[in-house]
Write a protein that binds this ligand. Sequence first.
Ligand code: FE
Ligand code: FE
Ligand code: MG
Length: 163
Amino acid sequence: MGTRGREIVDVDIEQLIKKLNKALADEWLAYYQYWMGAKVAKGPMRTEVTEELVEHAQEELKHADMIAERIIQLGGTPLLTPEEWYKETNCGYDAPADPKVAALLEQNIKGEQCAIDVYKELMEFVKGKDIVTYHMVLQILGDEIEHEEDLEALAEDLSMIGK
Ligand code: FE
Ligand code: FE
Ligand code: MG
């Protein structure tokens, strides 16, 4: 982004870049958690759940792309190494060690709830001060809210099997 584009940002840009990089770490870890979860999933409703996990993985990757682009526009450097994902993440990584569909859903619901909190906080940080980042975060937050809902609906359906 050009000089003027940065001038209209009315927050501490270094602090904003730091927050965006932390979200970038979250998105990569979420991507991998979903992607791997879809590979290992076992149990009732596997096909439906797997489809949703694959779709969410793609959306987390899209979020990573949006965030990296914005960091570069702001004159920052996106995290360059996977080692930094673990160091910077807000929401961590929950390995899909238990491949049961219900366990995977529960892990990923937790992840989405963490993401919702992170983006809510980020929106408050840039509100009225950086319209472009605000707009981007609003879009991402909308997706995370949808993710949580999709997974909770699947978990609910799963819990009703045989009832
Ligand atoms: Fe995301
Ligand atoms: Fe998500
Ligand atoms: Mg979905």
